[in-house]
Design a protein around this ligand. Structure first.
Ligand code: PGA
Ligand code: ZN
Length: 418
């Protein structure tokens, strides 16, 4: 009898992402199931990430799929994730998916896993890891700017909140939603002419200085803590590579009208962490500065110093960052590395070194909830997927459904103790 997860057909198409840009969607059909996945897109991308598309863009990836990949998938068993991911690497032949495109590799890998789990009658998180039972805490972007908004918004890309002691997935998500609502009221009062515009990830993008922005988010988080008895932590994603000017060797904060040397910048970030009691800081320095990360973590060892562009979900770079104590948390964006197998390896290496893994959306997203399954399956204690907007809410809503499925096995992640 043939396997229920044997691939019988595969199809590629162009669809649109949350920014209205074209992206690639892959459908994998097995004897008993269907898997469909479309790729997200980063805007403040790390230089060491895989290449999203070859020269020629989405259309070229689709041509390559039709010519070199589709037929090779048919007949394989979708549940054999590692060998399918390895085949994609062999077909590509480069280190960074330059030939076929990292986004094509990622959606084939994910659609295959989805088809396999559907064929076996299991949810994706359980197919990825049968013993998974921990729901990650949602880390939500509520106010931001940088590359995700237009001129006038804060230079720091994201200010985020995270519920620290929610009892249920519902309470966790609700806490961030309430912060977003309270923040809207606070901003409206402070800036009567601000029409509540939002950036790419659904976070408010007001014309406001960084300290005032942080003050506003802290106030909103305090109000929600009081209303709900859920403790909330506040954090930032500086996305410092976007602010770094290599030619002059300085960080440029256009909206603040500031220019800082590397050392001044490290002190500035430390001053924000201390002044606003931040519990999380992502990419505080540019993507080559392992030493700068290290200095910051050494100065504030209790803060989650999280590496995104520095390590780009790459197991080797994560190992380096963990071993030299440059970071104690790491962003996991599957399409930064291209396959679920490599994403899993990245998580294992990070968790083996005691780092917290943060499953993350991209600023350009698709309205799918798969990231929630990846986060649960791969043991991520945090999921960074935004607070409002259909493509953001799709992920946190999926956490609710996974929570129901887990039933009495469900545990909420906690951040204490590594
Ligand atoms: P992205 O950035 O625009 O590359 O998705 C998000 C982030 O820096 O976390
Ligand atoms: Zn980031």
């Amino acid at each position: 009898m043939s396997s229920p997860s044997k691939i019988i057909d595969a199809h590629a198409r162009i669809v649109f992402d949350s920014r209205g840009n074209e992206t690639i969607e892959i459908e994998i059909m097995t004897a008993k199931g269907l898997g469909v996945a479309a790729a997200p897109a980063g805007k403040s991308r790390g230089m060491k990430e895989v290449v999203p598309y070859p020269f020629g863009g989405v259309r070229e990836s689709i041509k390559i799929f039709e010519k070199d990949i589709r037929r090779r998938l048919i007949g394989l068993d979708a549940s054999e994730q590692e060998s399918i991911d390895l085949m994609l690497k062999e077909i590509d032949g480069t280190d960074r998916f330059e030939k076929i495109g990292g986004n094509l590799a990622y959606v084939i890998s994910l659609a295959t896993a989805l088809a396999a789990s559907a064929s076996l009658g299991k949810p994706l998180y359980e197919f990825l890891n049968p013993s998974a039972s921990t729901i990650p805490l949602p880390l939500g972007n509520v106010l931001g700017g940088g590359k995700h908004a237009g001129k006038g918004a804060p230079d720091i890309q994201e200010i985020l909140t995270v519920p620290l002691n929610p009892r249920t997935p519902f309470d966790a998500i609700m806490a961030n939603v309430l912060v977003h609502k309270e923040l809207g009221k606070i901003l409206q009062k402070k800036l009567p002419n601000f029409p509540l515009g939002k950036g790419d990830e659904g976070a408010y993008a007001p014309n406001i200085c960084i300290r005032n922005a942080l003050e506003s988010v802290v106030e909103a988080a305090d109000r929600v803590s009081e209303m709900t008895s859920i403790k909330l932590g506040v954090g930032i994603d500086v996305a410092a590579s976007s602010l770094w000017d290599e030619k002059i060797g300085c960080y440029i904060y256009e909206n603040e009208g500031k220019q800082m040397t590397r050392d001044e910048h490290i002190n500035y970030i430390l001053s924000l962490i201390r002044e606003f009691n931040l519990i999380y800081v992502e990419d505080p320095v540019e993507e080559h500065d392992f030493e700068g990360f290290k200095e910051i973590l050494k100065a504030v060892p209790d803060v989650l110093v999280c590496a995104d562009d520095l390590v780009v979900t790459n197991a080797k770079l994560i190992k380096k960052a963990g071993e030299i104590e440059a970071a104690n948390a790491v962003i996991i964006k599957p399409n930064q590395v291209g396959t679920l197998t490599d994403t899993w390896n990245a998580c294992k290496v990070a968790q083996g070194l005691g780092m917290i893994t943060v499953a993350s959306h991209r600023s350009g997203e698709t309205p799918e909830g798969h990231l929630a399954h990846i986060a649960v399956g791969f043991g991520c204690k945090l999921i960074k997927s935004g607070v409002v907007g259909g493509e953001r809410v799709a992920k946190v809503n999926e956490l609710l459904r996974i929570g129901e499925k887990l039933g009495s096995k469900l545990r909420m992640a906690t951040l204490g103790g590594g």
